[in-house]
Design a protein around this ligand. Structure first.
Ligand code: C5J
Length: 231
């Protein structure tokens, strides 16, 4: 059972009970010409985590460990979109309107799809979630419980919105979560910093944070337990 360097103290997980969670690595948030950029968000702020998440995905796949991908999106008829969510934010461009890459945050539209660097492979779970919390109105909890997954390695964007919300909701359900510090980004780096600090404050009140290198070392070929997990 690997124990890795983490904040506020070492994080331990079993190969049979861990999953990688990649939150909302969508074109509209991360790519030039997408929804975020059209709102004036600086997408360069989200780029550093992309190769890190890709490397973690590669390592989890090599070890045959589960990867769960989420995308924030709504049904084309907007039946799962609360009016309050639609009306909030930039009034010129709302969820469901035609954006630079198709209808904004609508399932199946090009902008809602994953960036190629972090895209799911066949048989990896993709969760289309209407909220910031990955548990809300999805199969996430059932999937984790069925597979006896108790430990979540969390990555994605944006740190203080969907990533933090999901980690807090997972913590309340009893999952042990570690957020990968270099595997998450925000349009507002100061929000990322304070989120990382808040999650581990008070003795890990929400969970742990760690560097990707700590996870990669634990999953490296030849590391204890890895051979058995990949067999
Ligand atoms: C996510 C958002 N994915 N910032 N959404 O964090 O609206």
């Amino acid at each position: 059972m690997p124990t890795i360097d983490a904040q506020p103290f070492p994080y331990e997980f079993g190969f049979d009970h861990v999953a990688l969670v990649c939150i909302d690595m969508q074109r509209d948030f991360c790519q030039p010409g997408g929804f975020a950029e059209s709102l004036g968000d600086d997408i360069s702020k989200l780029q550093p985590c992309i190769p890190v998440i890709a490397k973690l995905q590669e390592a989890f796949r090599r070890c045959k460990l589960p990867i769960i991908h989420t995308k924030e999106c709504h049904k084309p008829d907007l039946s799962d979109l609360p009016t309050a969510k639609r009306n909030r934010g930039n009034p010129k461009l709302k969820i469901g309107d035609k954006g630079p890459m198709g209808r904004i945050l609508i399932d199946g539209e090009p902008g809602t799809d994953f960036i190629p660097e972090c895209a799911p492979e066949e048989f990896e779970l993709v969760i289309s979630k209407p909220g910031k919390d990955t548990f809300y109105s999805t199969v996430f909890d059932d999937y984790l419980k069925t597979r006896k997954i108790t430990h979540l390695v969390i990555t994605g964007v944006t740190t203080e919105v969907c990533v933090q919300t999901t980690m807090r909701c997972a913590n309340d359900r009893g999952y042990d979560c570690v957020l990968v510090e270099d595997g998450t980004d925000s349009f507002f780096p100061e929000f990322k910093d304070v989120t990382l600090r808040a999650l581990v404050a008070q003795g890990g009140i929400v969970g742990w944070t760690c560097k990707s290198e700590a996870i990669l070392q634990a999953l490296a070929p030849g590391a204890p337990g890895v051979r058995a997990a990949a067999a």
